[in-house]
Every structure is written in C-alpha cells, then in structure tokens.
Design a protein around this ligand. Sequence first.
Ligand SMILES: Nc1ncnc2c1ncn2[C@@H]1O[C@H](COP(=O)(O)OP(=O)(O)OP(=O)(O)O)[C@@H](O)[C@H]1O
Length: 749
Amino acid sequence: MSVRVVARVRPLLKSERELDVILRTGSSTQVMPGKCDKSSEEKGALAALRDRDTLVRIPNPKNESEEYSFQFNAVYDAEASQQELFDAEVAPTVKHLFNGFDVTLFAYGVTGTGKTHTMRGGKSLADRGAIPRLLSSIYRRSRKMEKDSDGETSVNVSLSYYEIYNDKVFDLFEPPEKRTLAGLPLRDNGGKTVVVGLTERPCHSLKEFESLYDQANTNRSTSATKLNAHSSRSHAILCVRVAVSTGDKTRISTASAIDLAGSEDNRRTDNDKERMVESASINKSLFVLAQCVEAISKKHSRIPYRESKMTRILSLGQNNGLTVMILNLAPVRSYHLDTISSLNFANRTKKIEVREVENEPMFKGPPRPAARPSMTTLRQPLRPLTASVNVNLTAAAKDKDTTKTLEKPTKAFHVYSDKSHPRITVQFKKPDAPKRTSLSSDISRLSTKPTRLTQPAHQPQNHYDDISAAKIEEMVEKKVEEILAVRAVSEQSRQTQVRELNKQVQRRLELLEQRIEGTEDARAEGLSYLLMAKQHQARGEDSFALRMYQLALPYFPNNEKLSKKIATLKERMQGKSRQDADTTGTITLPGAKRDLGSMLSIKKQPAKTNLKRLAEDSDADYEEQQEEEALEQFSDEDLQEIARSRRKKRTRTKTPIDDDVDVNEQPPSPRTVHLLSIINSRDISQIKLLKGVGAKKAEAIVDCLCEMDQHTANPDDEARVHISSLAELSKLKGVGLKSVQSMRNGVLV
Ligand SMILES: Nc1ncnc2c1ncn2[C@@H]1O[C@H](COP(=O)(O)OP(=O)(O)OP(=O)(O)O)[C@@H](O)[C@H]1O
C-alpha cells in the first residue's frame, strides 16, 4: 500500500489578501480557498465537490499563463473542518490500529501553513486537531472492546512524546531543565530505531491525555518568526502504544503522530542567528527526508535514512502499517515557490510503498512457535510504486496480495502542466552535454531541456525523459535550500571574522590617528614657539626670543639652523652685555642665566618621546627636512597661520580643565609662557590688552614690578625681577588667582 497523501489548503490569515490567492483546488470548478459567505445551498454543492476534489493547481512561477496540477488522494480546501478531515483520513486507521497495524500520521509543509493547527488544533471542541481526536477515538474504541468482550479483553494505552530539535532528541514529558546537551541517544533494536531513555506514561483517559499533552507541549521549542508568531522549531513525535490483551495474548501496535517543523526560506524569515541555526537544522532534516523519499521512488539501493535523526526514527516506508501524510499548503503568492517545492515532495512520497503487515501478537508464558513464515515478520524492503494508484485503505487491508496491486496499470500520481511546452529537440538530442561544472551551469543546462510532455511518442527513452519543468524547479529548489543551509552556517562564522577584523582595523586606525595627531601636535607646538621667538626678536626682546627658540628646540632636535640661531643669539646677547659692562663698568649678574635656566627647565619633555620615535622612523630624514623647511620657508604670516589653526583647534577642544588653571603647572604651557613674557615685558600697552586687565590694572602691575626691580642690586634689563610662574604672578599686588586664570584664558597662542 502506498502512503496516503492528502493536501489541506489553509484559509487566508488576517494579514493576507484574497487578491494574492494563487492556489486552486478541484478538477473542474475553481474553488478559491479564501473565506467567504456562502448560502447553505452553495455550501452543500461545495461539500459535494470536495468529495471529488483531488487536484491542486498552481501557476508556473516562470510563466503565469501555465498551470501545474498535482493530484492527491484527497484535497481539503479552506472550508474543510477539523472534524471533516479527521473523519475522512484518520478515523479509518483506528480500526487497523486495534487490529495490530502501526499507524503513522504526519503533517508536512512550509512554516505557517497549518501543520500544528491540523495535528494539535485549538482549544475549542470544534478546533481540536487530529491528535486529540485520535486519542478520543482510541479510548472510545477501547471501552467498546472491553464492554463487548465482557471484560475478557483489556486495552492499555501508554504515551511517549519527544521532539527532535537541532537534530537532537528530547523527551517532552520531562521538563527542559532535565535535558542533556546531547539529547537522548538512538539505538537499533530488532530492526527498529528506538530512543533510549524515553519516558513512557500510561494514560487511561482522554482527560488524562489532555493534561499530559498540554503540559508536554509547553516544553516544546517554539518561537516567533516573521512567518509565524508561534513557529514550531522542532519535529514533535507523539507515540501512542495500544496494547490489546485477551487471555494470554497481547497485541501491541503504535500510532505515531508527527508535527514536523516547517521548512523555511531564510530570505523571507529575517531569522536571527539562533533561528538560523534551528532553521538550517530543520531544513537539513527535511532535505534528508526528501532525499530518502526520492531515493525510494527511484529505486536507489542506498536510502540515506541515517543522515538525520528525524528520518532515522521516522523510517518512512520501513514501518509496517499505514501512513497518512497531510500536506499543508498556504494559498497565497508569497508562498509560491515553497508551495511548489512541497507539492513536489508530496508527490514523491506517494511513490513509497508501505507494506501493510500486522504486528505479531505476543504471548504470555513460554515462547511459542512463530504463527507465520518468518519472512513476513522481517521488515519489508521499500519499493516504489511503478504502476499503482493510491489505494483505499480498507480495501487494501483486506487484500494482502501485493502482486495484484503491482499489476494496476495507472501511475500513482500525476504532475502535469495543462499547456504543452515548446519543443526544443535540438538541445534535447545533443549527445555530448557539457560536463556539470557548477550549479548555475547545471540549472541553465536543465532549463533548456523540454519536459517529458513535449517529447514525440516515438522517440526512444533516455535519461532526460523524467525531467519536467516541475522537476527542474524542484531540483533548483533543492540545491538552493542546500546551499542556503550551508551558507547560513558559514555566513555566521564569516560575520564573526569580519567583525573581529573590523575591530582590529579600527584599533590600528585609532593608533595611527593618535600617532599622527601626536606628531602634528608636537610640530605645531614647536612652530608656536618659533612664532613667538620671531615676534620677540622683532621687538628687540632678544632674551625672550632666545627662550622661545630654546623651547622650540626639543621639537626640532636635529635642526641645525635652529641650533645656529640660538648660538648666534646667545653670542649677540653676550656681546651686548659685555659691551654694556664695558660702558657701565659693571659685570653682568647671573640673573639672566638663572632666568634662562629656569625657563629651559620647563622644556616639554614628553614631546621628546614623540621626536625620538620620529627619529627612529625610517622616514626620519624626511621629517628633518620638513623642519628645516619650516624654519627657512615659513614667513611670519605662515607661522601665524599655523598658530591660528592651532588656536582654532584649541578652542574646539577646549575643556573645563583649560579654565581651571594649574598655577604650578610643570612644565608651563606655551600659553603660560606667552602670558608671563607679556607681563615681564612691562609694556602697559600690551598688558592692558590681556583678558580682565584694563589700563589701570596694567599700570598697577607694571608699578608693582618696577617697585620690585628697585629692590634688586642692578635693575638693568637682564637683571630685573622676572615672573616665572603663574603662582608668582598671582601674588602681585592687585592680581589674584581669578585674574590670572582670566588672563591666561585670554592669551591666544
Ligand atoms: N485550517 C485552518 N483553519 C484556521 N486557521 C488555520 C488553519 N490552518 C492554519 N491556521 C492558522 O494559521 C496560522 C499558522 O498555523 P500553524 O502554526 O499551525 O502553522 P505551522 O505550519 O505549524 O507553522 P510552523 O511550522 O512554523 O510551526 C495559525 O494562526 C493557525 O491558527
């Protein structure tokens, strides 16, 4: 017997529009799956039509004027109720379950197409899904059996319920805290795959079932995705073990109800990292499922059951019993390609033949000889249906002669386009097709091939015969899904790498910026000193000029011109003081030297580090040359321009710390040096321009300084009192800390 495959098209959701409906069901009349008010007469007509509905029609995504038709054992449209579906598809299997047949019931479909609704359903009586209805039916039948046998027959029902999440098996009857990372292991036991350590709960009534089932479902991995607010992220498998005992004979059969996680296209889901990993695992297991189905239908000797846990446990087609697959479909355009992919999968599933073998009764007491020839108890190999139709379950159950089934002439399913395709016989006949090199070349090669329908009847059969447009679509889909799954995983690791790389690059950039900024700052600072030196020199204030040149020196350590300038200036000053001594008959007091020394001691040491590093650089020569040029080429205007730009920068980066002047700053900043040089110049016209100092205050400062000068031994220019720090300045008469701060802040360097 083949797997019975039925399609169920869900109604439109609130967010979907009637306009976007692309699926049609029914063979002759167009039945749109959207919800609409119909008269009871129309409803009756529709119900009658549904009885005959076996087709799902969908436009060709590449050419909407064409339509693909897929035939199923039955098709349920949006109007079909839960009760209707159960009565027609699930209820008939219960009888077989009690007769010793295993029953497998599963829902397949893209995420958000109604699998959970179909299997589990809602809370209201009318909305209950196939699983609670199945259990209700099992208990009803058990009670009837027990009653009819006057207590001779007893039925025991027990449940196990587990999920396969990220290809790991977890017991849903156990709270998530009890889960181990690796999940439960699988073992092969007498040809069947069993989950080791799975809890089995005896369950005596429907009420008990409902509480167990509801509790277990809270342990299931679900989460919100863009396509479904309560998306199942795992395959959930409920196993109902029914043991019917009469006397010393017990027959055990199992009904397995599987709510598969939905396949999904991550381009549509906007899934985050975790969802992507789940999605990759879901897609992989469904992909393996599809591959198994295909391998069986193509009579391949190797069926890749073991490649995912889900296919290994499900062992589709390997089970002895009845299998019903409900293909859930969404009617709207946004699911177009997904729907075609699901329809193709379902069609392949129909080719799987499931041998319907009754489970052997078990006897209490000593072992008895086998009731049947041993061959029948072995697992039957899967065989694709090459020439059979999907058979009525009841009829097939009666008829165990499989050879009769095999003789049936019609194909198990049909996929055909209602319009014929153009013939491209030249390409089709090409004997030396290029070797496949890549997916794209593969696709382009395939897409030029005609479908089987376009071939003339007399043409000899070859391996291209099976390639129809739908098949190509399906191959492309499959490849794309495969690539997407691999990409989803590799993309994550690539993004992590890129992020790490970006961080490193950013760090390097910041270091470089700091280095360049540091270098530029030091250079600009040096140039400021040069500017001030030139200004002092122009005013004939050689001693101040000398100090400024000396302050500039650490910034241009290898600059010979600057060293020469300093030496010349020193000589000139010494010559001048010698001259003065000659003319006045006095000797120069060491005050100048002292002052010079104190000023030199405030050289900016940190800059040396920068300069040292610069000197060590491979392009140190270039730097040196630049400094030379700075001295040679910078006119006063240039230097002023540099100072201006520096001022701007300072103003931009001015912080509250600038206002909070450290009167004991070590070494003094250029601003402080400049302020002190103005004060020491005793030039009222300049001092009065300082911030917060008017003409009166300037006069007072100069008076104070002159008074102090008079107390020195030799009040000549070089030996006058010299204010060398802000602290000293703040102690002058009429000058407090506040006015020092204000003066300093107003100084522009
Ligand atoms: N036949 C139906 N009648 C009414 N509502 C339906 C039907 N089928 C599905 N729905 C609604 O569609 C939405 C998605 O359904 P559901 O959660 O069952 O999808 P799913 O295929 O299980 O998705 P996933 O694979 O992400 O878990 C739900 O809001 C559900 O109530």
